[in-house]
Design a protein around this ligand. Structure first.
Ligand code: 2AM
Length: 504
């Protein structure tokens, strides 16, 4: 039975993220047609929730398509991977037209989004949008990273701006409301059109890569505070609370503070964090970011290190065995408590700046590789609210790129250069202390190595090139010859080097 076109937007996939995004849309007055593969889930949702804009429960994809005003806009929140193609094809068969828009809001690989846009062209507009902020973000305002056909964006823009998180225009601080049916009024929305095809999903992926390293750095600060100073959860909670009142102010620091304050709900005494098994899982976006960095030759080493740190943690059984066999140094030091806490804070902050420098450098290469044209200030701007990496210092990153969108690396911005200058003595002290006391702090260490590598006029890669030429005749450039002129020496019977001129 054909349904009257009464809904403004459709949404498929009613797991928690889908339900919450549907409620967020309806809180802003949009009438949302909803469908879920398992019909019971949809029925229960529609029966229990009565948001202002209204929900239209659909038992079939055909019903959903028929219920939508043109151009139809259908948001997908189904499992990333083949399900996205299956549902898109179903939508096309159910009557989607060439200008109707399918928006994939899952964590899809950006190359899949590029492929899908081409594959479905002429049948529908396939659009991609990153959504960050977890369940609460989806419900009350996520950071949204849209990419796709610019004409389709015109139709999506008012909706995206309505449902996105908001920040204060002057301070850049999030304006939050967690009251159902009473969304935030005013403020700057945390969404901006990022570019065609996979640009949105690409930025979302890098966001997640930054999230991995941000979390790992906090975890390393925790292990140092615990192992060097014997801090227990309540004290750790106080430290993180203090750290939140300054440059480190961020969602991840806030939840860390709250996690340390959480008692164990099972035992009568003790803190939950001490009972949580130290084996981390991952869904893949950190790995994708690292693989992409390797593919493009960008040294996002700390992001990769954060992924490997999770892999190391997952080897729980092996580590338990190894801990009985492999010796390390004693954890003795003569640092003063307050000074060491402050130094760990500085190490965390400096490492974090390097992590963001890597993420933004990766996006700079990504835009070249895929022909996008990113506004980096706008990207930092939409990370200020709603998303997991939201933090006070993103305002500073936004300001840095507003001064110069062509900024090659965040470390070269005067503000951030100065911040590192102020913190680097402590940072080095903490990294050295981790090494001498045998505490694994791979992200702190790799961030420092990144910093020292990046500021090195000369690295030992001359030797690498000589070795490569020695065993494989891979050639080398000379410091006294123009770049692009390559030499080879027969190292076992040395004479004058042979010159090989290569033109691009
Ligand atoms: P389900 O409730 O029927 O499992 C997250 O997994 C969401 O994606 C759920 O709403 C799930 O529906 C939906 N989903 C996963 N795979 C799907 C598919 N192949 N087709 C339609 N929906 C799918």
């Amino acid at each position: 039975m054909a349904r009257e076109a009464t809904a403004d937007v459709g949404l498929i996939g009613l797991a928690v993220m889908g339900q919450n995004l549907a409620l967020n849309l309806a809180d802003h007055g949009y009438r949302v047609a909803v469908f879920n593969r398992t019909t019971e889930v949809m029925k229960h949702f529609v029966a229990t929730e009565k948001p202002p804009g209204g929900l239209v429960g659909c038992e079939t994809v055909q019903e959903l398509v028929a219920s939508l005003a043109r151009p139809r806009k259908v948001i997908l929140l189904v499992k990333a991977g083949p399900a996205v193609d299956e549902v898109t094809k179903e939508l096309i068969e159910a009557g989607m037209e060439p200008d109707d828009i399918v928006v994939d809001c899952g964590n899809s690989l950006w190359t899949d989004t590029i492929r899908r846009e081409k594959e479905y062209a002429g049948r529908c507009k396939f659009f991609g949008s990153g959504v960050s902020g977890g369940e609460v973000g989806a419900r009350f305002g996520p950071s949204l990273m849209p990419g796709g056909d610019p004409d389709s964006w015109k139709h999506l823009e008012p909706i995206w701006k309505a449902i996105a998180a908001k920040v204060d225009e002057k301070t850049g601080r999030p304006i939050e409301s967690y009251a159902p049916g009473k969304p935030v009024v005013g403020g700057v929305p945390c969404t901006t059109y990022l570019g065609p095809n996979g640009a949105g999903h690409y930025v979302k992926m890098v966001h997640n890569g930054i999230e991995y390293i941000d979390m790992q750095l906090i975890a390393e600060a925790y292990t140092l505070l615990t192992n060097l100073l014997g801090m227990k959860p309540p004290e750790l909670s106080e430290v993180f609370d203090r750290w939140n009142d300054g440059d480190l102010d961020s969602y991840l620091i806030q939840i860390t503070r709250d996690i340390f304050a959480q008692h164990d709900p099972v035992h009568q005494e003790g803190y939950l964090v001490d009972y949580v098994l130290d084996a981390a899982g991952q869904k893949g976006t950190g790995k994708w970011t690292s693989v992409n960095a390797l593919d493009m030759g960008i040294p996002a080493s700390s992001i990769a290190e954060a992924v490997f740190a999770r892999c190391m943690s997952a080897l729980k059984e092996e580590r338990v065995v190894a801990s009985k066999h492999l010796d390390g140094p004693r954890r003795a030091h003569d640092e003063r408590r307050d000074e060491l806490v402050a130094a760990i804070r500085d190490a965390l902050y400096c490492s974090k700046i390097c992590a963001y420098a890597q993420g933004f450098e990766l996006m700079r290469e990504g835009e070249k590789e895929y022909g996008w044209s990113f506004d980096f200030a706008a990207i930092a701007g939409i990370f200020r609210g709603g998303c997991i990496i939201r933090a006070r210092f993103l305002q500073k990153i936004m300001e840095a790129y507003s001064r110069d969108n062509g900024l090659v690396n965040l470390l070269l911005d005067p503000y951030f250069g100065d911040q590192i200058q102020k913190g680097q003595r402590s940072w080095r002290k903490v990294v050295a202390l981790a090494a001498t006391t045998g505490i694994a702090a791979p992200a702190f260490m790799s961030a420092l190595a990144y910093y020292d590598g990046y500021r090195s006029e000369r690295l030992p890669a001359n030797l690498l090139q000589a070795q490569r030429d020695y065993f494989g005749a891979h050639t080398y450039e000379r410091t006294d010859a123009p770049r692009g002129t390559f030499f080879h020496l027969d190292w076992t019977a040395p004479g004058r080097p042979q010159v090989e001129i290569r033109r691009p």
